[in-house]
Design a protein around this ligand. Sequence first.
Ligand SMILES: [Zn+2]
Length: 350
Amino acid sequence: MSIENLLQSLSELEQKSQTALAAIDGPDALEKFRVEWLGKKGQLTEVMKSMGQLSAEDRPKVGARANEIRTQLQVAVDLLAEDHQNKEWAKRLESERIDVTLPGRKVSGNQEHPVRTTMEELVRIFEKCGFMPELGPEVEHEFFNFDALNIPAAHPARALQDTFYVKGYPQIVLRTQTSPVQVRTMLAQKPPIRMVCPGRVFRADYDATHSPMFHQIEGLFIDTDVHMGDLKGILATMIRDFFRVELKVRLRPSFFPFTEPSAEIDIQCPFCEGKGCKTCKSSGWVEIGGCGMVDPEVFKACGIDPDKYKGFAFGMGIERMAMLKYGLDDLRTFYESDQKFVSQFSRWRS
Ligand SMILES: [Zn+2]
């Protein structure tokens, strides 16, 4: 085949392809065209195969012409593909048009969890009594969680089955109480101190009244002249504000390593008001936490002179307080993320 013949064939091909291009009416036809004209077995490739018969001098001329046609066709195919896609989008937008005049779906959001509501309420009550809220880390060093609180190395609370330790760091624990925040405050501030520390704590425990993660609030009051009567007065004020009803408070002797003397805090059962019911096991009293006068050893560990200062501390579980206020008997319901449950207790925020 001569160069003239080949160039003639290419020109004919070009014309035919333009006619075929003009007839394309959709994505399927476009794809068929692409395969037929630009594919490995397409017409253009077939013509170029005959180039081998040409002289080395003529070959580039035919090659250049063939590439010119190929490029033209490729550009045309790309433009058509884009055009088809745009039309497709326009069709979808038209068919999926949104009626903005329809009323919207009700969105339930910004509902507060009862644990959070209870925690903020308690903090607010203590703030009114002059206690400043303080926060601390949830992952703690043993010193703040145990040592400074007069809890010796052999104490059962430090055992692996009760406390979560951080793997590879034997002195780092998930705090088992909010008391390390008291230690940090005593080390950072000078008496007089009045503080409350709300927050998450962690213990290896799980049943109807225990969860591996729960919330506590603790308070600390340090001054030169403080006694158990002040402690009981603050607790009675808090109980009255929180339950909105006058309930008796009872301090029952107990033992904690960080307070001396120590006491359990009992309140008159809010359900039967002391008459005896299932919740209070017919005793008329329910326990809400622990308290006591700060042990001089704790003051020494925190750089406070125990001869000059006295102090009291108290702590309670926030879930426990919420359960007593709302009449719940299973602590685990707080953590089941049940919207219907949560929405019964939470206040709405705008
Ligand atoms: Zn009762």
